[in-house]
Design a binder for this molecule. Structure first.
Ligand SMILES: [Zn+2]
Length: 244
């Protein structure tokens, strides 16, 4: 009796690659449609109570390309996340530098060639992290605050600003309130100056237009002509600046 030879469909058809089998969690609920989520390299399918396993399989099959791309993207973001450790990479002013720990009495940070040197006494990752934080906070208060005030003065809105705060947040670069409080995330000091200037401009312009209307963007563009490019740049690279 001849044996049936089973050939997986997605091998040898040319256009489709041979995918790795995916492990995924199926969560059933009262919902009406199927949806895919990816978090920490785990694939979750949310589907209605009545969805059959075949339907779920087909849904996964049809979304293979999307799943693989998201998994790769998530992995890259994870790899590029900043860790203040000896030998790690830091994306500083749009250049990739290597973190070097250097023994020395005086605490300081030096940029030399492709090295981001953290100098301190008996350094470890925790101490180095605090040093980098202090360095960026200092840089931010030296750079961001006077420039924001100068721009506000130029635009004639300095009287509207009550306070400029520097904070580290996980999701925002800048923020402002109708009470005239402007807040900047000092992690932005890792970015190139053009990007920092764009962020300064963005929040100060809100002192004139408290929205994201055309008039607001026209004003931003009159000070920072390439702002659209800077927004894109931030979207692409910002995950490299956030560290815990
Ligand atoms: Zn805004």
């Amino acid at each position: 009796m001849a044996k049936t030879k089973i050939v997986p469909l997605n091998i040898g058809t040319g256009s489709k690659q041979a995918y790795q089998p995916i492990q995924c969690e199926v969560m059933r609920s009262k919902r009406k449609t199927l949806a895919l989520y990816i978090k920490q390299q785990k694939v979750v399918v949310r589907c209605p109570w009545a969805a059959s396993n075949a339907e779920v399989d087909e849904f996964i099959e049809n979304n293979q390309d999307w799943i693989q791309e998201r998994l790769r993207e998530e992995q890259l973001i994870e790899q590029e996340t900043l860790r203040i450790e000896k030998g790690a990479k830091i994306f500083y002013r749009a250049r990739e530098l290597t973190i070097v720990f250097k023994e020395g009495r005086k605490e300081r940070i030096l940029i030399n060639g492709d090295k981001f040197i953290i100098q301190g006494h008996k350094l470890n990752a925790a101490k180095a992290k605090i040093q980098v934080e202090d360095y960026l906070i200092d840089k931010a208060s030296e750079y961001i605050i006077p420039r924001a005030k100068g721009l506000a003065n130029y635009l004639g809105v300095d009287h509207k600003i009550t306070e400029i705060k520097l904070r580290k947040t996980k999701s925002k670069w800048g923020h402002c309130t109708s009470q005239g409080i402007i807040q900047y995330n000092w992690l932005i000091m890792l970015a190139p100056y053009s990007i920092i200037d764009y962020m300064i401009t963005h929040e100060v312009c809100h002192m004139i237009h408290m929205d994201h209307s055309r008039r607001f963007w026209n004003l931003v563009g009159s000070i920072c002509a390439d702002y659209e490019h800077y927004i894109d740049w931030l979207k692409t690279h910002e995950h490299r600046f956030w560290f815990d």
